[in-house]
Design a protein around this ligand. Structure first.
Ligand code: NDP
Ligand code: HSE
Length: 429
């Protein structure tokens, strides 16, 4: 069967998709039974020199060429961001095309609108590449684990951050060098701030949690902190204490509702997620019948992402995507669920303050922690000269998240403290 395709965007990911569709056509046909015909590629600037060689008639800057072409069955949005991606995606659905997108930002913010438009047009939205790169996690949540009441999703879902943390720990690269390498490898977003401040992980968590719990999840429900405030010394202290730092996206369901959060987390170095390195992602999903399942693979980069995009194109082309889309309440008929504030979550914490080494400092800090009901499990301060600022690390016992937040605010206002306290939650195995 022949399927006509149009790409919206031909940047890092679009180039890899176009290359695979053209150079690996036979392999794709052999494995999927579909003949995937690239008909148009929409870009901003037709004159730009491109890394992929395609017949020049495919390039266009006019989306109407695509909507008006009856031989185009599937439109693949690889522009990124909210606009014009949203307007073009809606126009594609209204023109009767199936939509494939890798755009987690768009789905996290306007997913409900896109899904409603697709239902109205009797078309499908496919988004395997939006979370976990090459890992078929959307397929796992919507098909493989459909029999499960899912209680928890915990993932390393940003390849750029995981690459940076790995390089800083294992190769003693600086944060700036590691970020530049991640950008050069095609892992980072067009605006890498979205990676390092945790927003990209939160976009993905909004998508994964909605599918896992069948819940209406707004991106604004997620409390987010990124890796941009971390320093080499935090990872070093972590190692001393037997921990590895990962940026985790966490969604949990309890009797009180669902909790959603993204933050740097210390994991015991023997834990499985602690050993996921470089641009790899891993997502653990726990269901009432399956128990814990874990999905691992390349979470970013042009070809791993293209692998997931093309899987979606094949699903749309075979007709399975439209059937699943119309039939699954997880996708289009989601329930409202109460949100449990992060303030109510319990965890241990690593706190690194920069404190003036003078008498009474410890008394002030322990006093504030004590007032908030936070008990100290360990303190690390390497020997220094009196009267200098030195790093002071406190590990807390399990405490209410909100109490630690309030304590940190008070500590940061002390005259003997310089800058902001770095906080890393500790997740027990
Ligand atoms: P790029 O910024 O590299 O490419 C964007 C493309 O969109 C360019 O070809 C650009 O055209 C085109 N474009 C931008 N604005 C317009 C417009 N107004 N009209 C027409 N075309 C336009 O993005 P990426 O390839 O890195 O990312 C694409 C999507 O994939 C994003 O949603 C991203 O989050 C997602 N993603 C990325 C992954 C990765 O590893 N990089 C992994 C998973 C998902 P021109 O070339 O002419 O400038
Ligand atoms: N910038 C994203 C990341 C791309 O680094 O994970 C994959 O979604």
């Amino acid at each position: 069967m022949k399927t006509g395709l149009a790409l919206l965007g031909c940047g890092t990911v679009g180039t890899a998709v176009a290359e695979m569709l053209l150079a690996e056509k036979e392999l794709l046909q052999e494995r999927s039974g579909q003949s995937l015909e690239l008909k148009h590629i929409l870009v901003r600037n037709r004159r730009r020199k491109r890394a992929v060689k395609v017949p020049s008639r495919l390039w266009t800057t006019n989306p109407s060429d695509i909507w008006a072409d009856p031989t185009v069955d599937v439109v693949v949005e690889l522009i990124g961001g909210l606009e014009p991606a949203r307007t073009l995606a809606l126009a594609a659905l209204r023109a009767g095309k199936h939509l494939v997108t890798a755009n987690k930002h768009l789905l996290a913010v306007h997913g409900a609108e896109l899904f409603a438009a697709a239902m109205k047009a009797r078309r499908a939205v496919c988004f395997e590449a939006s979370c976990g790169g090459a890992i078929p996690i959307i397929m796992a949540l919507t098909r493989g684990l459909v029999a499960n009441d899912i209680q928890r999703v915990i993932g390393i879902v940003n390849g750029t951050c995981n690459y940076i943390l790995t390089e800083m720990s294992a190769s003693q690269r600086t944060y700036a060098d590691a970020l530049a390498e991640a950008q050069a490898a095609g892992y980072a977003e067009a605006d890498p701030t979205l990676d390092v401040n945790g927003t990209d992980s939160a976009h993905k968590l909004a998508i994964l949690a909605a599918l896992a719990f069948g819940a209406k999840v707004s991106f604004s429900h997620i409390e987010v902190s990124g890796i941009h405030g971390l320093q080499d010394q935090d990872l070093k202290y972590g190692r001393e204490l037997g921990y590895v730092c990962k940026l985790l996206a966490i969604a949990e369901k309890s009797d009180h509702g669902i909790s959603l959060r993204v933050h740097p987390t210390f994991l015991d170095q023997k834990q499985l997620l602690a050993n996921v390195n470089g641009a790899f992602n891993a997502i653990s999903v726990s269901g009432h019948a399956a128990g814990q399942t874990i999905y691992y693979g390349r979470g970013a980069g042009p070809r791993p992402t293209a692998s997931a995009v093309i899987a979606d194109i094949v699903e749309a082309s075979m007709g399975t995507a439209a059937m699943v889309f119309a039939g699954l309440p997880l996708l289009t008929r989601r329930k409202s669920m109460p949100i449990v504030p992060t303030r109510d979550i319990l965890s241990r914490n690593y706190l690194r303050m920069t404190a003036l080494d003078v008498p009474g400092v410890m008394h002030h800090i322990t006093g504030i922690l004590g007032q908030q009901g936070i008990s100290i499990a360990a303190v690390v301060q390497h020997e220094s000269s009196v009267g200098q600022y030195v790093p002071l690390v406190v590990i807390t016992h399990e405490a209410r998240d909100g109490a630690v937040t309030d304590a940190v605010k008070k500590i940061d206002r002390l005259r003997c403290i310089r800058g902001h306290t770095v906080r890393i939650r500790i997740m027990e195995p």
